[in-house]
Design a protein. Structure first.
Length: 314
C-alpha cells in the first residue's frame, strides 16, 4: 500500500497484482473456466463457410428459383388462366380431391327460369367446391338477374349447395324497335323473349308502352267480351292506344277510351261490326264511328256504286 491506500506495483502475466495477496488457486481456477470458451470461439471462427451452411440449402435455393421462374412463365404465358378455366382454382381442386366438391345443388322457388339458367347465373359448376364457395358473392350474382327478386344461398357439407329464390312475376311483353322483352307490372324489364314461356302474356308495342301497361290492362277489362280477342295494344305518339283485335285496328281516343270501347261492344252486339270486311274502326270522335274497309271490300263497294249510278242514269 502507498500512502493513499492504493496498491503499488505492476500486474503480472496472470493479471494478479504483485504482493496483493490474490490467491493463486483462485487465479488458476478462473483461467481454467475461460480456456474452453476461448478455444470454442477460435474453433468456430476457423470453420470454412461451406461447413457452416446447412446441407441441402443450396439445392433447395436452386430448386426454389427454378420453380419461381417456371411459375412466373406459366402465368405470364396465359396457360395458367387456361388451366383455371379447364380445371378450376387450385384450392378448389384440392377440396374436390378431399371430398368437398359441389355434387348437388338444390334450387327452390323456380317459376319461369330453368335450373341451368340459375346455375349459370350463380357461377356454380363441377369445378366449384363447398369450402371455398363465397355464398355472398353467389347471392349478388343471382340478384343481378332481373327476373330474381330475392335469393339466399346456403352450404350443406360436405358437397351440397341450397339456393332459395323468389322470382318477379311477368305481367306482359313489350315490343320496341323490333325487340320483345318481358316486363313486370310496373313496366320494369325483367327478361328477354327467348322462347315460348311467355307467349300467352299481353303484348304492348311502342315507346313508353311498358310504363303505361296498367292503362292497357284496364282497357282490356273495359272491352268486356271483346277483351279475349285483343292481341296487342300499340301506344301511339305517347298519348293514346290502338288495340289490335283479330286483324282489326281499334283506334281509341286520348280521353274517354273506356266509353269508346263501350260503344264498340254495343255495335258488335247489335250489328256484328267486327265480322265484316274491315281493317280498322276509328272511335276517336264522339258522334260517329269511322270504318275502313279491306281493299277487296272497298273495290266491291265501289263497283256496286258504279252499277247503281248506271242503273239510275238509264
Amino acid at each position: 500500500m502507498d500512502g493513499g491506500g492504493r496498491l503499488s506495483g505492476t500486474l503480472n502475466p496472470a493479471g494478479n497484482p504483485e504482493g496483493a495477496g490474490f490467491p493463486a488457486a483462485m487465479a488458476n481456477r478462473l483461467q481454467g473456466l475461460l480456456k474452453p470458451v476461448l478455444r470454442t470461439r477460435r474453433y468456430r471462427a476457423s470453420l470454412p463457410i461451406e461447413a457452416r451452411i446447412p446441407r441441402g440449402l443450396g439445392v433447395a435455393l436452386v430448386a426454389g428459383t427454378i420453380a419461381t421462374v417456371s411459375l412466373f412463365g406459366f402465368v405470364a404465358s396465359g396457360r395458367y388462366d387456361a388451366f383455371i378455366v379447364e380445371n378450376g382454382r387450385p384450392h378448389d381442386i384440392l377440396a374436390r380431391i378431399a371430398g368437398f366438391g359441389v355434387e348437388r345443388v338444390t334450387i327452390s322457388g323456380i317459376s319461369r327460369m330453368y335450373e341451368r339458367e340459375v346455375m349459370q347465373a350463380a357461377g356454380i359448376d363441377w369445378r366449384s367446391s363447398v369450402p371455398f364457395l363465397d355464398v355472398n358473392e353467389v347471392r349478388e350474382k343471382l340478384m343481378a338477374v332481373p327476373l330474381i327478386a330475392s335469393a339466399s344461398v346456403r352450404k350443406l357439407y360436405p358437397n351440397e349447395i341450397v339456393i332459395t329464390q323468389v322470382e318477379r312475376e311477368p305481367a306482359a311483353l313489350w315490343q320496341k324497335n323490333g325487340e320483345i322483352r318481358v316486363i313486370a307490372a310496373d313496366g320494369t324489364v325483367i327478361d328477354e323473349m327467348r322462347d315460348e314461356r311467355y307467349a300467352n302474356l299481353p303484348l304492348v308495342v311502342g315507346e313508353n308502352a311498358n310504363v303505361h301497361l296498367q292503362e292497357y290492362l284496364k282497357l282490356i277489362d273495359a272491352a268486356g267480351p271483346l277483351g279475349e280477342r285483343v292481341k296487342a295494344g300499340s301506344y301511339v305518339s305517347g298519348r293514346r292506344w290502338t288495340l289490335k283485335l283479330d286483324g282489326v285496328d281499334i283506334r281509341l281516343p286520348e280521353t274517354g277510351a273506356n266509353e269508346a270501347l263501350a260503344r264498340l261492344v254495343d255495335l258488335e252486339r247489335k250489328n256484328q261490326l267486327l265480322e265484316k270486311d274491315i281493317i280498322a274502326v276509328d272511335l276517336r270522335m264522339d258522334d260517329r264511328v269511322v270504318v275502313r274497309l279491306t281493299e277487296e271490300a272497298a273495290a266491291a263497294r265501289a263497283e256496286a256504286r258504279k252499277k247503281t249510278k248506271k242503273g239510275a242514269a238509264t
